[in-house]
Design a protein around this ligand. Sequence first.
Ligand code: FE
Ligand code: FE
Ligand code: ZN
Length: 303
Amino acid sequence: MEDLIIGANVTYRKDTQLLGSVEDALRYNCTTLMFYTGAPQNTARFEIDDNLTNKAFELMKENNIDPNNVVVHAPYIINLANNMSIDNFNFACNFLKQEIKRCDKLKMNYLVLHPGSAVKLERNVALQNIVDGLNNVLSESQNVIVCLETMAGKGTELGINFEEIKFILDNVNLKDKIGVCLDTCHLNDAGYDMGKFDEVLDNFDKLIGLSKIKCIHINDSKNEIGAHKDRHENIGYGTIGFDNLIKIIYHDKLKGIPKILETPFVDSETKKRIYPPYKFEIEMIRNKKFNHNLIEDIKKYYK
Ligand code: FE
Ligand code: FE
Ligand code: ZN
């Protein structure tokens, strides 16, 4: 199996499920993948078909994708941080419990979760709610590891620096069921200098420990460092830049950790974002050479 574990955020449809997701990933020449078990922005979910899961595992085996590296992303409307409406908080906890069950049924190891937003609560109160929520949800018997994603700091998001992530990790009881997902765009937007990634990683290591990093989202950013915006850009076309992202992707200390692209689809002539960039971005990453014609190549290929 090749060294580089690179994948993309692929779709998961009700009729084809994991099998369809793996087929999508193979079209982009991925060696791993990430998917939501339904729409990212809502919590409508459906029964998992084991037959499709088994076929997906066979297809992964034939194509040298290690299922241990596949990542699931929880829908981003789950908010464990705010309990001003106890109904909403309970709903979030229950949904996450169900999502963990789905991950275990799909035999997936990692579930990425946005820590949450404080809304009108004080940040330290909201962080404690996340801890309480996770302590309520996580169980000894689950297999999947919940990976808290580092956030950009849009609105009242939590988990926008390593100290906040550390607070949650330190106070969760079941330590081996919790990890971290770094997102390069979010780190940049939160104020970390991706041009000095070794320092950023050292800082993380001292506070939390590198062994907690289970997944890395590789995205360029449309905005300047510290902008707190969270708008992803295609690899090499944003403020982080191609060389800095390549250094992160091939970093010695991050070997064996799945890297996932969540970069924007390319506009068609009708201005609808319909063309997935992943196949061409992964090609650039493998060649370690920036493609100045990326957008044109994508449009030509899918036309
Ligand atoms: Fe995310
Ligand atoms: Fe992300
Ligand atoms: Zn983002």
